[in-house]
Design a protein around this ligand. Structure first.
Ligand SMILES: Cc1ncc(C[n+]2csc(CCOP(=O)(O)OP(=O)(O)O)c2C)c(N)n1
Length: 365
């Protein structure tokens, strides 16, 4: 099958054949058989983790979940291009980015279960907790990148967001500001074709990557279901950032195979036939076909990948169901890093309010 997406960088065709692009192939020259297998494992683990979280939500263990199904290659390829001291600013769907950065699967669902304001310490893995305010992380990434640049740190910062977020003021400001100040940010847009129920063509009459031209920012469109191509373009962009050449915009063209969140019903706004077309471009099938063509698949390897995926899913599940409930007054922790009179007052008022139930509980028991 010849892919029909307009002009994306591609290194693997949907049928598993390699595409020779000297400019990009050279960026992944070090990815030999073992590294290809590792990428395959990451994709399988990401999907398995996501399926487990959806099941947990259906079983009433999570309030909500935003599935990444179909976007595994965009996330794994870009996250594996980062160095440990680079910093990733994620949105609510980047579970695979979090996994690749080393976030413990056992804590990943805490926010979605409603039992914690944040799941992990960002500075321990250089990845933020998920931003729910669409596009806000573009500004956070830009500010962090500028600070790092001024400190002389040779790192890249990457902001993940969706196609819909490119219509948000925060992203527009981040793009403009980062160009003005040469901030070392990579703007990584996963164009998964929808902002909830709104198709991407409603957001932009031109390919999303072209929006960067208005800011004078270099942009690249990549096949987001091709893990190798995503790795190559993100390596190029992060390298530009680290050496002080400023921001880059990446549009990873992909598809959200599932609902926007577990509260959504995509059959109300898209045709089954469209989803079928994208199934043929499935990111996991693609690298599996490549491995098969290059004689790199065997039963021992496949069994090992399955065991790793099952283990990660089991850790995610036990971490979810065993997550401790927070004490009610924890609500006021971590709002400010130092004491704050308004927070102190609100804490006291809430404690008094809760104390008012003590007698009722006793009477009922
Ligand atoms: C500032 C803001 N406005 C609106 C929302 C509600 N909202 C949540 S997700 C979403 C769509 C985002 O679409 P996109 O940026 O394409 O990301 P995707 O969900 O496809 O990954 C909207 C409008 C929000 N969370 N924040």
């Amino acid at each position: 099958m010849v892919d029909t997406i307009a002009y994306p960088v591609q290194l693997i065709q949907p049928d598993g054949r390699r595409v020779f692009r000297p400019d990009y192939t050279s960026l992944v020259r070090d990815i030999g058989p073992d590294q290809l297998r590792d990428l395959y494992e990451d994709l399988v683990v990401a999907r398995r983790m996501d399926v487990e979280a959806v099941a947990l939500q259906r079983q009433g263990e999570l309030g909500l979940w935003a599935p990444l199904l179909g976007q595994e290659a965009a996330q794994v390829g870009s996250a594996r291009a980062l160095r440990p001291d680079d910093y990733a600013f994620i949105s609510y769907r980047e579970h695979a980015v979090a996994y690749c950065r080393g976030v413990d699967p056992g804590v990943m669902t805490r926010m979605w279960r409603g039992c914690a304001h944040f799941a992990w310490d960002p500075s321990s893995v250089n990845v933020t907790n998920p931003a729910i305010v669409v596009g806000s992380q573009g500004l956070h990434a830009t500010g962090y990148a500028m600070g790092a640049h001024l400190d002389g740190a040779e790192i890249a910062t990457i902001a993940y967001f969706g196609d819909g977020a490119t219509s948000q003021g925060d992203i527009a400001e981040a793009l403009g500001f980062s160009m003005s100040f040469n901030a070392p940010v990579v703007f990584f847009c996963q164009n998964n074709q929808f902002a909830i129920s709104e198709p991407v063509h409603l957001q932009s009459p031109v390919p999303i990557a072209q929006r960067a031209a208005g800011y004078g920012m270099p942009a690249v469109r990549v096949d987001g279901n091709d893990v190798l191509a995503v790795l190559a373009v993100t390596r190029q962009a992060t390298q530009r950032a680290r050496e002080g050449s400023g921001p880059t915009f990446i549009e990873a063209v992909t598809y959200r195979m599932g609902p926007h969140t577990t509260s959504d019903d995509p059959t109300r706004y898209r045709a089954a036939a469209e989803t079928e077309v994208w199934k043929a471009r499935d990111p996991i099938d693609r690298i599996r076909r490549l491995l098969d063509r290059e004689d790199l698949l065997d039963d021992v390897f496949l069994a090992r990948v399955q065991a790793t995926a099952d283990d990660v899913a089991a850790r995610l599940r036990s971490g979810t169901v065993e997550a401790p409930d927070p004490a009610p007054l924890d609500l006021f922790e971590h709002v400010y890093s130092t004491d704050h009179p308004l927070i102190d007052e609100e804490r006291e008022q809430y404690a008094a309010y809760l104390a008012g139930f003590a007698g009722i509980e006793e009477a009922l028991s």
